[in-house]
Ligand binder design. Structure first.
Ligand code: 5GP
Length: 253
């Protein structure tokens, strides 16, 4: 069996060289981390659920014309994506105050914001992904002013799409984080949505009960993360087809 070339191993995903130039295989691990990897666990089935959910959201974005890196799902844990140069920013969109923003500005969690607020963090684990302004981004050359216009537009389109999809299944999209990739096409470069969109990178609250259905369940020890993600997948109709999708493989003689 030929060994694949590993390109990068992150906290929740591993990237391998794809079968064709310009492609990457994105493998979703079961590892969960929080607070800059100070808290760690292996949550059986998380990778499968995030693979399916990210596929669902990225395909939806493709269908409404929001460019993204997704090409096709390969199996329960892997998807083929377009290789791109990741812009070193975490782009966060918030509809309701929660998490770091609630803390930073002293706003009660769950307060609806006057309009969606977009924030940028510099992607650097050692620094804990600090919040930065467009001044920092331009001065340090992480993205050009034209890029920032495109990034804002992508972020708001993803927000409208995701908010609507989640609202349709009784879930409030509190906030989310996306990453942006740069692809080159001849003389042009284009920005696309990359990485993943899953309950690992969103805050999702049940509209009726306020129950958290996202990674805060793990961050704040609120119960089973698999149950929370399974609930999101079930409501969206993207559950794995087999009855025991999350278990370990069984040896068949
Ligand atoms: P906060 O800044 O409140 O911690 O996070 C805002 C939103 O961005 C949340 O939905 C959170 O899950 C997401 N987010 C922020 N940083 C990261 C990160 O490093 N990894 C992931 N997966 N999501 C993040």
């Amino acid at each position: 069996m030929a060994r694949r070339k590993k390109i990068y191993e992150g906290k929740a995903k591993t990237l391998y060289e794809g079968p064709e130039p310009g492609t990457i295989v994105q493998y979703f691990k079961d590892d969960a981390t929080a607070f800059n990897a100070e808290k760690k666990a292996v949550i059986e089935g998380k990778g499968v659920l995030n693979n399916l959910l990210s596929e669902y959201f990225m395909l939806g974005l493709t269908n409404i014309g929001v460019p993204n890196h997704f090409l096709k799902r390969l199996n329960m844990r892997e998807q083929l994506v377009r290789s791109c140069e990741i812009v070193p920013l975490e782009v966060i969109v918030r509809n309701y105050a929660a998490g770091s923003m609630a803390k930073r500005l002293g706003i009660e969690e769950g307060t609806q914001l006057p309009r969606p607020i977009v924030e940028y963090c510099y992607k650097d684990d050692k620094l804990g992904d600090p919040l930065v302004t467009e001044e920092h981004i331009a001065a340090f050359g992480w993205a050009s002013p034209q890029d920032m216009d495109d990034i804002l537009s992508l972020a708001l389109r993803v927000n409208d799409f995701l908010s609507g999809v989640m609202y349709g299944v009784g879930i409030k999209l509190v906030d989310f984080k996306i990453e942006i990739g740069r692809v080159y096409e001849g003389d042009f470069q284009r920005l696309i949505v990359a990485d993943e969109i899953s309950p690992d990178s969103c805050r999702l609250w049940d509209i009726e009960t306020g129950q958290k259905l996202d990674k805060d369940v793990f961050r704040r020890d609120l119960g089973s993360l698999t149950d929370a993600y399974t609930e999101v997948a079930k409501r969206l109709g993207v559950m794995p087809k087999t009855s025991a999708p999350m278990g370990k493989p069984t040896l068949i003689n």
